[in-house]
Design a protein around this ligand. Structure first.
Ligand code: GTP
Ligand code: MG
Length: 598
């Protein structure tokens, strides 16, 4: 299901249009009905011509209730942008458009309302006015539909609007992101006999009945709660996907302790930040630059977070630094000009579960004005403000820390990476440095080696990667690498039957050639001998030659040697071929005599 928010200047017909589309009056409060003015968020839903469901969040247009508007648009898929043909583009048309743009909204349809009150010429003028103002924004090219909403569902343009909303809904359906669920709460109440109920627009991932969640509230940094019931537009569900309006019945918290701006997240899956580095674009119609002076509030999700800020560096033109400003000494720009984008560190009044890429709006609380907005770059800055150069990058997050637990990396970036060592993702330089530490420590420990208990977790984790250190009975010893091929079972089998060696059946060909290349095994005419067998044969032959009586036979026959070694003719011939070739024996007629290298 797609969730869409209304937007537009006060009195331009947003709530009337929501009622025409859904049959529900989104103005819930008596005061709203009496004054004909939306104060707080309203909620309604309808089924579109395609059969898709659409949720509508109706926001107030009056500038005084802008904070309520902000709490309603933090998680929506698109907007229904309303401009009255009678009045054309007005200040909150502009402000709402800018806010939605900065929140990263990319879909919308425009309703040119109250067309029943103007003539054809004024309609055309109003349309041109709108087209001019949306040029270059995310609404550029969006459908602009003439509507007379007072006439209800049969009113001019209402059916066309439903078709246009259907296109947005199908578009938004394809874009549902999967990650960890987050529900920014926009209402909390306690229907009789039910307990605590909260509502909001679910983002990030699905929720299921029985799931344990963490509630981050004003009062607490994490109450554990459990989902007892899930509803989507009064329909009971076992599970709900991201991108839907949801009502949750919660166990574990009183409704008195929950309010708009609190947030429910998967326990342990989020980094809760009260200091974040962000990219801030300042509205170009602001009449002053943005500096650290001033009382600000950041609007994230449905929450309002009073904050201080510090400019990190700006891309806009810089005014000369004021002499009394401490920052100017370090050469850091201290302000961001209207229309410019720069990086800012925000110090929030309380921790908030955020990820890089999350959007926010910044307001100046004293002047009651929207300053700008942008996206989160770093949820846990490591470097001091004078050195920070935040960008959204997993590699930067890893490099600044050296070693990062894989779960922590996901909390910091929203991205999963396979671990490099143990359960860590490690910056290459840090990995080398830790390997060096291990080598130095093992060297210092000498031939007895270093007790592994003296190493920390990271040092132990890299042991496998350090080739010059081997582990011997729980100690790290520096020294020659023990060759795994030296303990090869086939080599042992060859040595055990030196003169009737077993064939290489079952041994990997590359291992055989490596064993021959390194001199562990000798090959002759397809028969393999252990080097020790050759040495043994040589010693036995030398002794046998010495025992030969003077004046007797000039040497040993093949049969003699066969008997001497206690083997068969086949093996003796191969062995002698090898010994002849190496100058240890020589052939004379039917005899072997000692060679020069025996
Ligand atoms: N003739 C005519 N009147 C309309 C139309 N749409 C809204 N109105 C009237 O305009 C007035 C304001 O309409 P709302 O729907 O309350 O306006 P809104 O944009 O929701 O106002 P806020 O929520 O306070 O920003 C009401 O009296 C409506 O009856 C329309 O299409 N034609
Ligand atoms: Mg309204």
């Amino acid at each position: 299901m797609t969730v869409i928010a209304t937007a537009g200047h006060v009195d331009h017909g947003k709530s009337t249009l929501v009622r025409a589309l859904t049959g529900t009056d989104p103005d819930r409060w008596a005061e709203e009905k009496a004054r004909g003015l939306t104060i707080d968020l309203g909620f309604a839903s309808t089924t579109l011509p395609s059969g898709r469901s659409l949720s509508l969040v109706d926001v107030p247009g009056h500038v005084r209730f802008l904070r309520n508007m902000l709490s309603g648009v933090g998680a929506v898929d698109g907007c229904l942008f309303v401009v009255a043909a009678t009045e054309g583009w007005k200040p909150q048309s502009e402000e709402h458009l800018r806010i939605l743009d900065m929140l990263g909204l990319r879909r919308g349809v425009i309703a040119l309302t109250k067309v029943d009150q103007v003539d054809q010429e004024l309609r055309e003028l109003a349309r041109l006015d709108v087209e001019e103002h949306i040029e270059g924004t995310f609404l550029d090219g969006a459908d602009i539909i003439d509507v007379a909403a007072v006439d209800g569902p049969e009113g001019e343009g209402v059916a066309d609007l439903r078709l246009a909303l259907d296109v947005i809904a199908s578009d938004a359906e394809r874009a549902v992101a999967q990650g960890s669920p987050r529900l920014w709460i926009d209402r909390a109440f306690a229907p009789a006999g039910v307990g605590t109920v909260v509502t909001g627009t679910l983002i990030g991932g699905p929720l299921t009945i029985g799931q344990e969640l963490m509630l981050q509230s004003q009062r607490s940094n994490g109450d554990n709660v459990r989902i007892r019931g899930i509803q989507n537009h009064h329909q009971d569900l076992d599970r709900v996907e991201a991108g839907n309006r949801v009502a949750l019945n919660l166990v574990g918290v009183s409704h008195h302790d929950v309010e708009r701006g609190h947030v429910l997240v998967e326990t342990g899956a989020w980094h809760h930040s009260s200091m974040i580095d962000v990219e801030l674009t300042v509205l170009d119609n602001l009449d002053h630059s943005v500096t650290r002076r001033g009382a600000y509030a950041a609007y994230i999700g449905s929450g309002e977070f009073p904050c201080r800020l510090r400019v990190l560096h700006a891309n806009g033109t810089e005014e000369p630094d004021e002499p009394d400003d401490a920052d100017s000494i370090s050469g850091i720009p201290t302000e961001i000009q209207p229309g410019a984008t720069g990086n800012v560190r925000l110090y929030l009044s309380r921790p908030v579960p955020v990820l890089p890429g999350d959007r926010f709006i910044l307001r100046e609380s004293g002047r009651h004005e929207t300053v700008g907005g942008g996206q989160v770059l770093d949820v846990d800055p490591q470097l001091p403000a004078t050195k920070a150069r935040p960008v959204i990058s997993v590699d930067r997050v890893v490099a600044e820390r050296g070693w990062v637990d894989v779960d922590e990396l996901r909390r910091l970036t929203g991205q999963s990476r396979p671990p490099d060592v143990g359960h860590w993702v490690v910056d290459p330089d840090s990995l080398e440095a830790t390997k060096d530490e291990v080598i130095k420590a093992a060297e210092a420990a000498g031939p007895l080696g270093l007790d592994l208990a003296a190493l920390n977790d990271r040092q132990r984790a890299v042991l496998d990667l350090v080739e010059t250190v081997r582990i011997d009975q729980g100690r790290a010893v520096i020294g020659p690498v023990i060759d795994p091929l030296a303990d090869h079972p086939w080599v042992a089998a060859l040595a055990a039957a030196p003169f009737a060696p077993p064939g290489p059946g079952g041994v990997d060909r590359s291992e055989i050639s490596e064993l021959v290349r390194r001199g562990f095994v000798v090959e002759q005419d397809g028969i393999y001998f252990a080097v020790s067998a050759v040495d043994e044969a040589r010693a036995l032959l030398r002794a046998a030659f010495e025992r030969l009586p003077d004046g007797g036979a000039p040497g040993l026959t093949v049969a003699d040697i066969r008997d001497l070694l206690g083997t068969t003719r086949k093996f003796v011939l191969a062995l002698l071929a090898h010994l002849d070739g190496n100058g240890m024996t020589r052939r004379r007629d039917d005899y072997r005599i000692p060679g020069p290298r025996l």
